[in-house]
Design a protein around this ligand. Sequence first.
Ligand code: ADP
Ligand code: MG
Length: 253
Amino acid sequence: MGRVISFPSQCGGVGKTTLCVNLAAALGAAGRRVLLVDLDARGCATAAIGASARGGTVAELLSEDEEAGSLLTETAAPNVLLLAADGRLAEAETALVYKKDGETALREALRGVQDAFDDVLLDCPPSLGALTVGALTASDGVLIPVDCERFSSDALAKLTETIALVRNFLNGGLREEGIVLTMYDRRALTARETEAVLRRDAPEKVYETVIPRTPRTAEGMACGRPVVLLDPKSIGARAFGALAEEFLKKQRG
Ligand code: ADP
Ligand code: MG
């Protein structure tokens, strides 16, 4: 059965979607069968992986009118299928709040498809609202992206609190897979300080691999071809490849 991992953060622009899309592409390149789920109404992950919302979206999945399997879209990345998102997801999120058992709706909806995959990656919206709670409820693990340029220990504490609440009330099996340092610039003092603090305070949680800030990575996001595919030998692509290896190693042991 596919393992479901969510990528939450209450802030936008921390590199969540970039991390999620490129990890999906790198896992696919390593032969894993990957489902990427776009949970942001802006559809950033959908666009970044070279797909569109025409074939079906998460909003339809949550409305329960459609079988999940019929809503999957091919992507530019080998072995990676997508559950897309577009503006309609905003309404679907509001509906979740009013729905009985709205917190578990995504988990139930994904049950029908997750078996066909090794890894199911949920790209969360920039909030701790209903969709993020739904994603955490549906997940086996949570991977926390930390933006090294704008690290906030308060934001990380709040997110950790939300994860603990979900674990206590909705999903006892939710594991912290770890913290990934993104937007890393070795020359910047803030990045080195953030890394030092997190490795000191949570050494077992922080991934060895850090994701550097590179122009090629940003270019890949803008042109709908993740850097892992756009320029596999680039520094950015190699970092995502190393991250995928570390991710799989952690899963095995
Ligand atoms: P979030 O999903 O947290 O809102 P994104 O992944 O969409 O963040 O990233 C926000 C912006 O930063 C995008 O324009 C993206 O291209 C850029 N970005 C993210 N990660 C990197 C990186 N490692 N190197 C360069 N640019 C990045
Ligand atoms: Mg995003």
